[in-house]
Design a binder for this molecule. Structure first.
Ligand code: SF4
Length: 361
């Protein structure tokens, strides 16, 4: 990369960004807490989907001190539906660290930021460049695609060697002046112009510097590994009712959907019927014997790496008192109070049915 080539890309991209950037709330601030929150929320989340969450979160918890003091259930409720809940738990943990060890101020450089929970190289670079003006690069999914096309990279961007190469290209490109604007411009270009399908090369501010465009290889870039088929899991869910309330368990903080509330249940094992699986899950998870009743709903939900079908059955307790063996806490909750609990997204597809009185006649 010659200095002239680098300078020309920077100039064209920054000009375009300043003229065309979408007016988004986190672009109107350099408050490190707000920049940090937006970067965490927008990982694996589209801007239009993340926007209302961002505003709601800040209205409830406007400072890092408020976040550090907030109960975990409040944080999870504010995150409910956004997915990848580890992000919320790490954000909460990191806020406590920032308040306890740094007097409520985020560290001002990418290296120190990476010592906080949930802040990796990408997020650290974004916060450091946008909030503190450090010349730190960022490489996310959008930037990877832009770089692979701009430099016509014919190696798979899923390989770690290629990823290292992309980081090094980004490091060379990011300018000393306005590094935050430049990084946001790269991401914005990937989100709006250099899109995965049908990129708008005709309207692209860096088309004249794009090697894939010159070589006619845009449609072949970036090179990806062939994706495996998405596995499907059959899940059984027990809705156990007692005195108008339902038994909920809170998932342990580690792992998928950690800290969210759910109904007891689990994966169907090989050769099991739904009834057998429900009886086994209730025995193993809660230490109780249940009688399995009718099917309430069968709903499908897709996660990033697998799909599930949730087969929801009403169940009646026959023997034993539920004790938490898998969950960190169990609670009997009336449908009217469900709104105070954060559930995995798939649960919302059948939750409203549980408020209908006819269900448990
Ligand atoms: S010219 Fe096309 S492929 Fe190249 S960076 Fe612009 S939008 Fe992407």
């Amino acid at each position: 990369m010659t200095l002239e080539y680098t300078a020309a890309i920077r100039k064209a991209l920054l000009k375009w960004f300043l003229e065309e950037a979408r007016d988004l709330p986190w672009r109107r601030t350099t408050d490190p807490y707000r920049v940090w929150l937006s970067e965490i929320m927008l990982q694996q989340t589209r801007v239009d989907q993340g926007l209302p969450y961002y505003e709601r979160f800040l209205a409830a918890l406007p400072t890092v001190h408020d976040l550090a003091r907030a109960p975990e259930d409040q944080v999870m409720k504010l995150w409910e539906g956004l997915g990848y809940y580890t992000r919320a738990r790490n954000l909460h943990k990191a806020a406590k660290t920032v308040v306890e060890r740094h007097g409520g101020k985020l560290p001002e450089n990418a290296d120190s930021l990476q010592l906080l929970p949930g802040i990796g190289k990408y997020t650290a670079g974004a916060i450091a460049s946008i909030a503190f003006g450090e010349r730190a690069p960022v490489v996310d999914g959008n930037v990877k695609r832009v770089l692979a096309r701009l430099f016509d990279i014919d190696r798979s961007i899923d390989e770690s060697a290629t990823e290292a190469e992309l980081w090094s290209l980004a490091e060379n490109l990011v300018p000393r002046k306005a590094p935050g604007d430049f990084n946001q411009a790269m991401m914005e270009l990937g989100a709006r112009i250099c899109t995965p399908k049908k990129p708008d090369c005709a309207g692209c501010p860096v088309q004249r510097y794009c090697r894939a465009w010159a070589e006619g290889t845009v449609a072949k870039r970036p090179v990806r590994k062939v994706k495996k088929r998405v596995p499907h899991k059959e899940i059984v869910v027990a809705v156990i009712q007692q005195d108008g309330k339902y038994l909920l368990g809170k998932r342990p903080p580690e792992g998928m959907l950690g800290g969210l509330w759910e109904f007891p249940g689990g994966k169907l094992e090989k050769g099991e019927s739904h009834e057998q699986a429900l009886a086994r899950e209730c025995r193993e998870e809660l230490g109780v014997t249940v009688k399995v009743g009718g099917l309430v709903a069968s709903v499908k939900h897709a996660y990033t790496h697998f799909k599930v079908t949730l087969n929801v059955y009403r169940c009646t307790m026959q023997r034993g008192t539920p004790k938490s063996r898998v969950h960190t806490e169990l609670r009997w909750v009336a449908p009217g109070d469900f709104a105070h609990y954060a559930f995995p997204k798939g649960n919302h597809k059948f939750l409203k049915l549980l408020g209908e009185e006819t269900l448990f006649d």
